[in-house]
Design a protein around this ligand. Structure first.
Ligand code: IPD
Ligand code: CA
Length: 356
C-alpha cells in the first residue's frame, strides 16, 4: 500500500515536507527489499557452491568482526541508488565508514542516510536467518525513517515518524507477499500489555556478547556476562539483585533485536558496542511502536537521575518495549521503572570514541 493515507500520530518532522518524506519512505522500503534480494542471491550461490561456508570472509577488528564480499556489494548497491536519487543527501554506511581510520561520529544535522547493508554478518555466514538490511534516514541527527528487511524470513519492519511502525509494509512497486499480513507494532495493541510488576522478573531480556572479546577481568566482555548473570539469577541470588528474567535471548543482530522489542516480543534490550548503522533504523521503528530507548550505563543516582533520550552515536543502548497503562502507573512510568530496575543490575560499559 502507498503511505499517503496512513493513520496515527503527530506531525511529520523537519524541513522536508510530509509528501517528500512519504516518497522517501516508499523509496527506502523498496530499496530494502531490492538489497535483501542481493543477500539472498549470495545465500543461493553459497548453497550451490561446493567450497561452502566462509569462502569470502575477511576479518576487520578480530575473527568475530568480519566482512564478506556481499556486505560490500550490498552497500555499494544501496549507496549508488541513494546518491542517484538524492544527490544532496549525506550517506554513512558501515563498510564505507570502516575503511576510514577515524571512529568519529559523522552524523550532522543535514539529511543523512545511515545504512548497514548486512546486520548480523556472522549469522549470514552461518545461515542463521537473523540477518537483515538496515536503512535509516535522519534529519537533524534523528532517525525519522527506519527500514529493516530480513530476506530469509521475508519480513519488513518499517516506520516513518508520525505514521506508526509496521510489520510487512508494502509499496506499490514493492508489495509484501500476500500471505504476510500488514500489522501495526507493537503486535499486541488492544490493549498494549502492561510491563510486569516485578520486572525484570517476567521479562524477556535480550542482549549481545558483541565483538570485544578481550579476556580481561573488568573488561567489557566480563562486565556484560556479569550483568547477564544478575539479570538471569534467581531473585535471592546475587545479593538479592537476581532479576529472574523469563528468558535471555541474543539474535546476533542489533537491528533485529530492536525490531523484536518494537513488536513486543522482547521486553528489554541492553547492549554496548554497536555503531549508529546497527541501531538507527531500529530506533526509529521502536520509538514509533511506543518503545523507550536510553543509555545502557547506569547514572550515578539510579533512582532519581533523569532518563534521557539515547544519543545515536553513544554506542550504549537500553530499550524497553511499549507498555500499556495500569491502574497504578502510566505506560511511560512503567517503562522508566524497568529502565531503573535494569540499571540496578548491570555494569557500566566502556565503548568511548573520539568526539563522543
Ligand atoms: C553486529 C551485530 C551484533 C552486535 C554488534 C554489531 P554486524 O553487527 O549487530 O549483534 O552485537 O555490535 O556490530 O557486524 O553483524 O553488522
Ligand atoms: Ca554490518
Amino acid at each position: 500500500m502507498s503511505h499517503g493515507s496512513n493513520d496515527t500520530k503527530a506531525e511529520a518532522p523537519g524541513a522536508l515536507g510530509e509528501a517528500q518524506l512519504l516518497e522517501i519512505y516508499d523509496f527506502a522500503l523498496d530499496l530494502g527489499r531490492r538489497a535483501g534480494k542481493i543477500l539472498l542471491d549470495g545465500v543461493d550461490q553459497r548453497c550451490g557452491d561446493e567450497e561452502g561456508r566462509g569462502q569470502n570472509e575477511v576479518d576487520k577488528m578480530n575473527a568475530v568482526d568480519i566482512v564478506t564480499q556481499t556486505d560490500l556489494d550490498v552497500e555499494a548497491f544501496v549507496k549508488n541508488e541513494i546518491t542517484a536519487r538524492y544527490p544532496s543527501h549525506n550517506f554513512i554506511g558501515e563498510e564505507t565508514y570502516s575503511t576510514g581510520n577515524s571512529k568519529e561520529y559523522l552524523v550532522t544535522d543535514s539529511p543523512t542516510w545511515i545504512v548497514d547493508p548486512l546486520d548480523g554478518t556472522v549469522n549470514y555466514t552461518h545461515l542463521f536467518p537473523m540477518f537483515c538490511v538496515s536503512i535509516a534516514f535522519c534529519i537533524s541527527g534523528v532517525p525519522v525513517i527506519g527500514i529493516i528487511y530480513a530476506p530469509i524470513l521475508d519480513v519488513t519492519y518499517s516506520a516513518l515518524t508520525g505514521h506508526g511502525a509496521w510489520l510487512n509494509d508494502s509499496t506499490p512497486s514493492s508489495p509484501a507477499p500476500s500471505h504476510k499480513r500488514r500489522q501495526q507494532l507493537p503486535l499486541v495493541r488492544n490493549p498494549i500489555p502492561v510491563l510486569p510488576e516485578a520486572a525484570p522478573k517476567g521479562c524477556v531480556f535480550s542482549c549481545e556478547w558483541g565483538k570485544d572479546r578481550r579476556d580481561v577481568k573488568d573488561g567489557n566482555m566480563w562486565r556484560k556476562v556479569e550483568s547477564f548473570l544478575t539479570m538471569a539469577a534467581e531473585s535471592s541470588g546475587r545479593d538479592g539483585k537476581g532479576g529472574m528474567v523469563h528468558g535471555v535471548r541474543s539474535l546476533g543482530s542489533a537491528t533485529m533485536d530492536l525490531a523484536y522489542v518494537a513488536t513486543g516480543a522482547f521486553d528489554i534490550w541492553w547492549e554496548g558496542g554497536c555503531w549508529e548503522w546497527d541501531v538507527a533504523a531500529g530506533i526509529c521503528i521502536l520509538r514509533e511502536a511506543g518503545g523507550l530507548i536510553t543509555t545502557a550505563n547506569p547514572p550515578s543516582d539510579i533512582d532519581t537521575d533523569p532518563i534521557e533520550e539515547v544519543r545515536l552515536g553513544s554506542r550504549l543502548y537500553l530499550a524497553i518495549r511499549a507498555a500499556g497503562d495500569s491502574a497504578t502507573e502510566t505506560g511511560r512510568q512503567a517503562q522508566e521503572r524497568v529502565v531503573r530496575e535494569t540499571w540496578k543490575r548491570v555494569y557500566n560499559l566502556d565503548y568511548s570514541r573520539p568526539g563522543a
